[in-house]
Ligand binder design. Structure first.
Ligand code: ATP
Length: 256
C-alpha cells in the first residue's frame, strides 16, 4: 500500500502587505520522518509552520496536512497535530498539573483516558514530583518538556515544533532530542525549526529557507556530498553566497 505523505504543499506563498514572507514553497514530508527547517532569522520558517498548522491562511498555494486541506480544514488540522510554539504557550501562573488538565480539556480528553495520558506524559517529560509546581517557576528546560507533554496529550501523528530548543541549556536540549527521536521511532512525524546545526545533522531531511524561498531540501549527508562540503555550516554559507550573487546579478531581491 502506498502511504500518503503526512505533509504535502504546493506553491505555498504568504504576503504581509508588501512583504513576501514565503515565496512559492512546495514540500513533501513522509510519515515517521524528522524534518528540520533551517534558515536565518526572518527567513519565513515560522510563517510556513503556521500555515501548515492551520493557524495562518496562505495568500496562495495549497496543501494537505494529515489528509486535511490547509485552506478549508484548518480547524481539524489544529486539533489533530501537536504544536509547540517558540513561546511554549504555557500558563505560567498554573501548576504543571493544571497546565496538563487545561490542554487535556482543549483536546477533549476526559476521565480515565485523560488521567492515563497525563501520567504517561509526566513520566516521559521527567516531571514526576513537580506536578504541583507553578509553571512560571520552572527552568527553561522543564518548561520546554512540559510544553511538549501538553502538545502530545491527544496522541498526535504529527508534531510541529517552532524553535523548541531556543534558549534552552545543552543538557535539556539533548534530553529533548532523545524524546523526539523516540517519538519518531514510534511513527510520529516531526517538523521542527532550529538554528542549531547539531540538531539539523540528526534530522532525516532538512529544508533550508532563505528570504522566503526554499533553497534546498534533502538528507543532510546526501546534501553535503553533492555540495562537496564537510559541514552543514559550510553548505549554508555556500548556498547563501550563491543566492546573494544571483540576486546581485539579477538586480535585487523580491523580498520586502
Ligand atoms: N503577522 C505578521 N505581520 C507582518 N509581518 C510578519 C508577520 N509574521 C511574520 N512577519 C514577517 O515575515 C518574515 C518572516 O518571519 P518568520 O517569523 O516566518 O521568520 P523565521 O524564519 O521564523 O524567523 P526566526 O528564526 O527569527 O523565528 C519576517 O520579515 C517577519 O517580520
Amino acid at each position: 500500500m502506498i502511504e500518503l505523505p503526512v505533509i504535502a504543499c504546493e506553491h505555498l506563498t504568504k504576503r504581509f502587505g508588501h512583504l513576501l514572507a514565503v515565496d512559492n514553497i512546495s514540500l513533501t514530508i513522509a510519515k515517521g520522518s524528522i524534518v528540520g527547517f533551517l534558515g536565518p532569522n526572518g527567513s519565513g520558517k515560522s510563517t510556513v509552520i503556521r500555515m501548515l498548522s492551520g493557524i495562518l491562511t496562505p495568500s496562495s498555494g495549497k496543501g494537505q496536512v494529515l489528509g486535511y486541506d490547509i485552506l478549508t480544514e484548518s480547524e481539524r488540522i489544529k486539533h489533530k497535530i501537536g504544536y509547540m510554539s517558540q513561546k511554549f504557550s504555557l500558563y505560567e501562573e498554573l501548576t504543571v498539573k493544571e497546565n496538563l488538565d487545561f490542554y487535556a480539556g482543549i483536546y477533549g480528553l476526559h476521565g480515565a483516558k485523560a488521567k492515563q495520558r497525563k501520567e504517561e506524559l509526566i513520566a516521559m517529560a521527567g516531571l514526576a514530583g513537580r506536578e504541583k509546581q507553578v509553571s512560571g517557576s520552572l527552568s527553561g528546560g522543564w518548561k520546554q518538556r512540559l510544553a511538549l507533554a501538553c502538545a502530545l496529550l491527544h496522541e498526535p501523528d504529527l508534531l510541529i515544533l517552532d524553535e523548541p530548543t531556543a534558549g534552552v541549556d545543552p543538557v535539556s536540549r539533548r534530553l529533548f532530542w532523545n524524546v523526539i527521536r523516540q517519538l519518531a521511532r514510534q511513527g510520529i512525524t516531526v517538523l521542527v525549526s532550529t538554528h542549531y546545526m547539531d540538531e539539523a545533522e540528526t534530522c532525516d531531511q532538512i529544508s533550508f529557507i532563505f528570504f522566503g524561498k526554499l533553497l534546498i531540501t534533502g538528507a543532510p549527508k546526501a546534501l553535503k556530498e553533492v555540495a562537496q562540503v564537510a559541514t552543514l555550516d559550510d553548505l549554508f554559507v555556500q548556498l547563501v553566497q550563491s543566492q546573494e550573487n544571483q540576486e546581485f546579478l539579477g538586480g535585487g531581491s523580491t523580498h520586502g
